[in-house]
Design a protein around this ligand. Structure first.
Ligand code: KG4
Ligand code: ZN
Length: 340
């Protein structure tokens, strides 16, 4: 049995996860502790990098302690460490990378600097077991909206589409501001949308025309359309539930249509959906419906594993160790723009 520690600090969650890689290749989740600074960013309506870095510094050691307590393990039981080294906020990433290097050096264990996006995909293995490869991953969060072709989670991930402007979660957060709903906007919009009529307002579907880039996304036109609609109807009270439902329908429609199309174009039979927006109720419902109709197997981890966490990095570490990937050196550094 190999014990792998995962550390994640790319944005506003300090995540520490521990998994066991068994001799038969099975991966068991032993601990998943997250400390979030989201409340400190709420009044700014988005993540403030300096505040996030400081919060990581304060949370790292206590979160680490909680994870080892939950797993019933000691630090000296760790056999390998995986840390997010990008993409993400530079100062935030540096806290995790520095901590991981210090632990790896003092414990004398291998260190793997790994990609945050690959981590989101690895999260799915904690719930569904080994990943069928090739597979397609739709990664939708506050910072990302991407379609990734995964031929090998350890060595070969290819971006086939991404947002040309806002990320899907960013659109949720901005629309929430327009509707006077709290940050982060995903959960309150999702809740309001369930009470509203998704056909009340015909909001645009970005980049879905015949001449548009096939696998790319665009959400800034949709966000602007919502703001214009609200402005045009002032001073009437905003029918928040209907606006939220119509906005959410556009996002879910575009994401699922493009993800299924990407699977069909690439001849891929498994779709993974991960990232914070994968917690969205309508997205999951429509993805299940459309994947079933297209004969595609859908894998969506539970919301806790979709948002940023250390367990996904530990799961990715288990995959890297099992695949015999060479560890990083101790001069590993953070790369805010790390490609997949
Ligand atoms: O993956 P994540 O925790 O952090 C990164 O951005 O990396 O994702 C956070 C994003 C936020 O924009 C939040 O509004 C969105 O995920 N989100 C949701 C839902 N829950 C969280 N978006 C739509 N529906 C939800 N239920
Ligand atoms: Zn993320």
């Amino acid at each position: 049995m190999t014990i792998i520690l995962g550390i994640e600090t790319s944005c506003d969650e300090t995540g520490v996860g521990i998994v066991a890689l068994d001799a038969d290749g099975g991966v068991r989740l032993l601990a998943d502790e997250v400390a979030s600074s989201v409340e400190q960013h709420a009044r700014f309506g988005g993540v403030v990098p300096e505040v996030a870095s400081r919060a990581h510094l304060e949370a790292m050691v206590p979160t680490m302690r909680r994870a080892f307590d939950a797993a019933g393990l000691a630090m000296s039981d760790v056999d390998a460490i995986t840390v997010t080294c990008g993409p993400g906020l530079a100062g935030a990433l540096l806290v995790g990378v520095s901590a991981a290097k210090a632990y790896a050096l003092s414990l004398g264990v291998p260190l793997y600097g790994a990609n945050h996006l690959a981590g989101h995909i690895a999260a799915v293995t904690l719930e569904y077991g080994p990943l069928p490869q090739p597979c397609m991953a739709l990664l939708v969060s506050g910072g990302h909206s991407q379609l990734l072709r995964v031929d090998d989670l350890a060595t070969s991930i290819t971006e086939i589409g991404s947002t040309i402007d806002d990320a899907a979660g960013e659109a949720y957060d901005k629309v929430a501001r327009v509707l006077d709903l709290p940050y982060p906007g995903g959960p309150p919009i999702d809740a309001a949308a369930r009470r509203g009529n998704p056909r009340a307002i015909a909001f645009p579907r970005g980049l879905t025309g015949p001449r548009d880039a096939r696998h790319d996304f665009s959400f800034s036109g949709l966000k602007t359309a919502v703001a214009r609609w609200v402005e045009a109807h002032e001073p009437e009270p905003v029918p928040i539930d209907d606006v939220a439902a119509s906005f959410q329908e556009s996002v879910a429609d575009v994401l699922t249509m493009k993800a299924v199309r990407a699977c069909q174009d690439e001849g891929i039979a498994t779709l993974v959906v991960s990232g914070g927006v994968a917690a969205n109720s309508r997205l999951k419902e429509l993805a299940a419906e459309r994947c079933a109709a297209a004969g595609i197997e859908l894998r969506v981890p539970r919301p806790r594993l979709c948002t940023d966490n250390g367990a996904m990095m530990a799961a990715l570490g288990a995959h890297l160790v099992a695949a015999g990937v060479k560890p990083s050196s101790l001069d590993l550094s953070a790369n805010p723009a790390l490609p997949v």
